[in-house]
Design a protein around this ligand. Structure first.
Ligand SMILES: [Zn+2]
Ligand SMILES: [Zn+2]
Length: 119
């Protein structure tokens, strides 16, 4: 199960507020609206700040990817990586050694990112 964590500090607010292990992004954002209103006097969060917040929400879960999800039938899978970053680093080794890709093209990378599962 994926847990969502956010700290005001990550978007440059020094109020010490943090939400840890919310069950969904929606749940986290609802709580954050209450906090923004009560502690920062912000009644509605502007879209640019909301984007910044979303980029800084940390997901904790186990990351999973299978080459078959992007149409490669090599049978390769990564299960249980602890971050997207870790998974992509491991995948780049596989791409290089098994698919002869020195670097993963941007459109393939986007497709890969869409197919990474978090559990
Ligand atoms: Zn705050
Ligand atoms: Zn592969």
């Amino acid at each position: 199960m994926v847990k969502y964590t956010f700290k005001c500090q990550d978007v440059g607010m020094d109020c010490g507020f943090a939400i840890e292990n919310a069950g969904s992004e929606e749940e986290l954002l609802e709580m954050l609206k209450v906090h923004a209103k009560s502690s920062h006097g912000v009644t509605s969060i502007p879209p640019d700040l909301l984007n910044k917040i979303k980029q800084n929400i940390k997901k904790s879960g186990k990351y999973y990817f299978a080459c078959s999800s992007v149409g490669m039938n090599c049978g390769f899978e990564i299960a249980g990586a602890s971050s997207e970053q870790e998974l992509l680093e491991e995948l780049s080794i596989h791409a290089k050694m098994s698919h002869n890709l020195i670097s993963i093209p941007q459109d393939t990378l986007n497709k890969i990112k869409q197919n990474i599962k978090v559990m």
